[in-house]
Design a protein around this ligand. Structure first.
Ligand code: F6P
Length: 358
């Protein structure tokens, strides 16, 4: 027994001595929450701890935690039950440390972060977040910090990756909601309008609208004419379908006063005389357990982020290209948006089926 303990200490000492210092990485989640964040934390940390022998520090409330030194040590035990858990165990915020100062007394947030990262002895920071997070991560890399990021958003609008985790879960929730609207629409011979999230992009509306059998799908990327929308509804009536399902992305053009769903519902009722009701799906799209697709994407992206760190490849965002996980420089991502294009196959096929995109 005594010999095996001595042997164990010998191996640990050798590993550290030969293998150099144990790497210590920080991990933070920033921006809107979504299903799959905890699965990503689990993917990063399990690979880091179990495969690469790294120490992991969880940073609370996004970049705010780096400013406040608000951290906790993450161990394998911390990761139990995360795979199917919504939200983020680290908490999040929309703190933007590089935001222009509004007064001379404002603190130098990037300098505070640099100092705290040094004091914590972090060799790299894994940033999990959407467009704002990628922009901040690129700026932290620009001031010399080692950063690797993972794309996260239900909006799926991050440049350079085919999909971000959170999107499939939001589409699945929105599709289920649209399915449920069909029965009430046909029962009352009404037009049901559902407003889904997506910020400035129409990905959630397009994917859930097509999956949910929407008759009219309005997205920010394609201008609409309310007379076309009304005409589609009247045509459906003439074809013996006295109800319609209209899926609108929150970012479409409105009168600037009403939400998209309310605006379109009122416009339709005015144009067609149909009784119309609207549903705003809102934050339900960001809640609950991730789909299996998002769990596996999160796991893969998390593991690959840790591989980049182990290989010393910093300043990069992990991406999904087809079914392959790759990575691109953060400088190529920051400040860009990935928007729906009219040649997207769902739009091509939808047009051929008679679905109205505005
Ligand atoms: O980016 C994700 C998202 O849910 C968008 O779809 C939505 O417009 C926005 O966040 C809402 O922001 P907040 O959570 O700050 O209200």
């Amino acid at each position: 027994m005594k010999n095996s303990i001595i042997l164990l200490f010998f191996f640990i000492f050798t590993a550290i001595y030969l293998g150099g210092e144990i790497m210590k990485i920080g991990i933070l989640t920033s921006g809107g929450d979504c299903p799959g964040i905890n699965a990503t934390i689990r993917g990063v940390c399990k690979a880091a701890i179990n495969h690469y022998g790294m120490d992991v520090v969880g940073i609370h409330s996004g970049f705010q935690g780096l400013l406040d030194n608000d951290v906790e040590i993450l161990t394998d035990k911390s990761l139990s039950g995360l795979l199917n858990m919504g939200g983020t165990i680290l908490g999040t915020s929309r703190e933007k440390p590089f935001k222009k100062k509004t007064s001379p007394t404002d603190v130098d947030k990037p300098a505070i972060i640099q100092n705290n990262v040094k004091e914590l002895g972090l060799d790299c920071i894994v940033c999990i977040g959407g467009n704002g997070t990628q922009k901040t991560a690129a700026k932290l890399a620009g001031i010399g910090l080692n950063v690797v990021s993972v794309p996260k958003t239900i909006d799926n609008d991050i440049w350079g990756t085919d999909f971000s985790f959170g999107f499939d879960s939001a589409v699945s929730i929105a599709t289920d909601a649209i399915d449920r609207l069909h029965s009430t629409a046909s029962a009352h011979k009404r037009v049901m309008v559902i407003e889904v999230m997506g910020h400035k992009a129409g990905w959630i509306a397009l994917y859930s609208g097509m999956a949910g059998g929407g008759d009219i799908i309005l997205i920010p990327e394609i201008p609409y004419d309310i007379k076309n929308v009304g005409g589609t509804i009247i045509d459906r009536l003439k074809r013996g379908k006295p109800y319609s399902i209209v899926v609108v992305a929150e970012g479409i053009l409105t009168d600037g006063k009403k939400r998209a769903g309310e605006f379109i519902a009122q416009e339709i009722e005015y144009e067609t005389g149909f009784e119309t009701r609207e549903t705003v799906l809102g934050y339900i799209q960001r809640g609950g357990s991730p789909t299996s697709f998002d769990r596996n994407l999160a796991t893969r992206m998390g593991g690959h982020a840790t591989e980049l760190i182990a290989n010393g490849e910093f300043g990069r965002m992990v991406t999904l290209c087809g079914d392959t996980i790759k990575s691109i420089p953060l400088s190529e991502v920051a400040g860009k948006l990935k928007l729906v294009t009219e040649d997207h196959d769902l739009i091509v096929q939808g047009n051929r089926m008679g679905i109205c995109f505005g």
